[in-house]
Design a binder for this molecule. Structure first.
Ligand code: DQA
Length: 144
């Protein structure tokens, strides 16, 4: 089972950016954790990060042609702004789970709205890296 994990802008700065919100673990730590969980679950995972909206749209489109079975997406700030990412998810119709490290419901008002949620089957937020494990587990169970 092929899962694409997409991380949006500034997530490559984990460990440096606002550690009081996002913790001290780095992006490399996140990738290693996700790859470890995926292999335990028998999933074939690709972990992708981009700071560019259009590149994320293109990656979602490629997931269709490469026959990905599921998507885990933390679109970061684009969560709250990007109709293009929402439309790409709707275009490919691949089951998707939305993840956020922080709890977007208890932060700034503008973070409460998520375009990604208009497509994603499930949102997991406020659980740090663990949210990615839950998202992988959800897709592994659903798609088996
Ligand atoms: C985030 C929450 C977003 O509001 C923010 O813009 C991010 C990260 C999270 O993982 O908590 O960059 O998606």
């Amino acid at each position: 089972m092929k899962i694409l994990v997409i991380n949006g802008p500034n997530l490559n700065m984990l460990g440096i950016r606002e550690p009081e919100i996002y913790g001290r673990q780095t992006y490399a730590d996140l990738v290693a954790a996700v790859e470890g969980w995926a292999s335990e679950m028998g999933l074939d995972v690709e972990v992708y990060q981009s700071n560019h909206e259009g590149e994320i749209v293109t990656k979602i489109q490629q997931a269709y042609f490469e026959k990905a079975d599921g998507i885990v997406i933390n679109a970061a700030a684009y969560t709250h702004t990007s109709v293009a990412i929402l439309d790409a998810l709707k275009a490919v119709q691949i089951p998707a789970v939305e993840v956020h490290l922080s709890d977007i419901h208890v932060r700034d008002e503008f973070r409460k709205h998520s375009y990604v949620s208009l497509y994603a089957e499930k949102m997991i937020c406020g659980k740090g890296f663990e949210g990615y494990r839950e998202a992988l587990g959800y897709l592994a169970e659903k798609l088996k």
